[in-house]
Design a binder for this molecule. Structure first.
Ligand code: HEM
Length: 361
């Protein structure tokens, strides 16, 4: 049994409730070994790291990477983000006719930035992205899910081995040092943390940039508000996060005790799904929730999570998305959706966006 938590206020309460945990040992179905092999969402439950840990264990793992994402460290990344953005836009200027903005812009920007932070070899980034796509897709076959998981772990283990042999100025090297110093980080946790940073660090921002461009092009009157300076680019980022949350749903949390919620009781050992996309459209919380409205105030959405697992990369994501959108629309004021059928949604429980976004400049 899994409960989808779709109402904003209930979700906010449960995300901060100490009786709700992320350690899979709290989940009866998992403890009793009832999950089938190749279950596509298994990594969200079992990969050792922040997203499957509670309390002291969670603080230890999160503490190891927190210093890489302080507001100061993120601000220092601005010149890198801007330079990468300009280089990608230069390449786009050379393309002929309609092209997929997701592939040529929204994906490579966050991937290059997280790749540099983690010290991932640029040549392996496309392969890492494909494997990570399979990991967040809930529609992969069991065989494909298992194969992608094994390849991804093997690839990241080889990155760790290479950095052990030749340390660099990156987060992977820092994590290896933390592992060597004392008992702060186990080997599976080291690879699990890299995996989490890789996937969380690019799949999400990729969706945010895609969803924002799509919403702006579908609402020209809102686009005008930002182009004429009535609202800042940050308003586009925040309203897109609410209106079309890049993380549709995040698996899983578990009730450590019976939890009365409204008229139901979530029983101890049952699982909860944080339904961020639904919460962003909760009409009981947001007036006119289905309207894309850049002047919306206040706009305190939950799309970066809430409570102890609040997104560690929110500052970086905001920097990347704001830069990407501002530079894109300034460079190509004639940006438009290409003719053709409506883009298809990604077949994923977690990742909320479209598979392609064909545009012309
Ligand atoms: C956690 C959303 C970008 C790293 C989360 C959570 C959400 C989220 C909803 C909470 C999941 C849960 O427990 O229910 C997003 C969105 C992003 C984004 C919408 C971009 C638009 C990033 C980036 C990074 C990152 C760029 C890293 C560079 C993490 C990590 C966690 C996390 C490490 C786990 C924190 C923990 O369990 O303590 N994110 N994220 N995220 N995010 Fe992000």
């Amino acid at each position: 049994m899994v409960w989808a938590i779709t109402h904003h206020d209930t979700l906010q309460e449960l995300l901060a409730d100490p009786r709700v945990g992320k350690n899979p040992q709290l989940w009866t179905t998992f403890r009793e070994g009832r999950l089938p092999r190749g279950w596509p969402l298994i990594n969200f439950v079992t990969v050792p790291g922040m997203i499957t840990a509670d309390g002291e264990d969670h603080r230890r793992l999160r503490g190891l990477v927190t210093q890489a994402f302080t507001p100061r460290r993120v601000a220092d990344l601005r010149p890198t983000v801007e330079a990468r953005t300009v280089a990608l836009l230069d390449r786009i200027a050379g393309l002929d006719g309609a092209f997929d903005l997701r592939e040529h812009f929204a994906y490579p920007l966050p991937m290059q930035v997280i790749g540099e932070l983690l010290g991932l070899p640029p040549k392996q980034q496309d392969e890492l992205h494909e494997l990570s796509d399979t990991l967040v897709s809930s529609s992969a076959t069991p065989e494909a899910a298992v194969a992608a998981q094994q390849s991804l772990f093997a690839l990241l283990a080889s990155v760790v081995a290479a950095k052990r042999a030749e340390p660099g100025d990156d987060l992977t090297t820092d994590l290896i040092a933390a592992r060597a110093d004392d008992d702060r980080l186990g080997e599976p946790e080291l690879v699990g943390t890299l995996l989490l940073m890789l996937v969380a660090g690019h799949e999400t921002t990729l969706n945010l940039i895609t969803n924002a461009v799509r919403a702006l092009l579908a609402h020209p009157e809102q686009l005008r508000l930002v182009l004429d300076g009535t609202v800042p680019w940050s308003a586009v980022v925040e309203e897109t996060l609410r209106y079309d949350s890049p993380v549709g749903q995040f698996p899983l949390r578990y009730a450590a005790e019976d939890l009365p919620v409204g008229e139901v009781v979530i029983r101890r050992g049952e699982a909860l799904l944080a339904s961020y996309a639904a919460a962003g459209r909760d009409g009981a919380h947001y007036p006119d929730a289905d309207r894309f409205d850049l002047t919306r105030q206040p706009n305190r959405h939950l799309s970066f999570g809430h409570g102890p697992h609040f997104c560690l990369g929110s500052g970086l994501a905001r920097l990347e998305a704001e830069t990407a959108l501002r530079f894109l629309f300034e460079r190509f004021p004639g940006l438009a959706l290409a003719d053709g059928p409506e883009p298809e949604p990604i077949a994923s429980f977690v990742s909320n966006s479209v598979r392609t976004l064909r545009v012309t400049v």
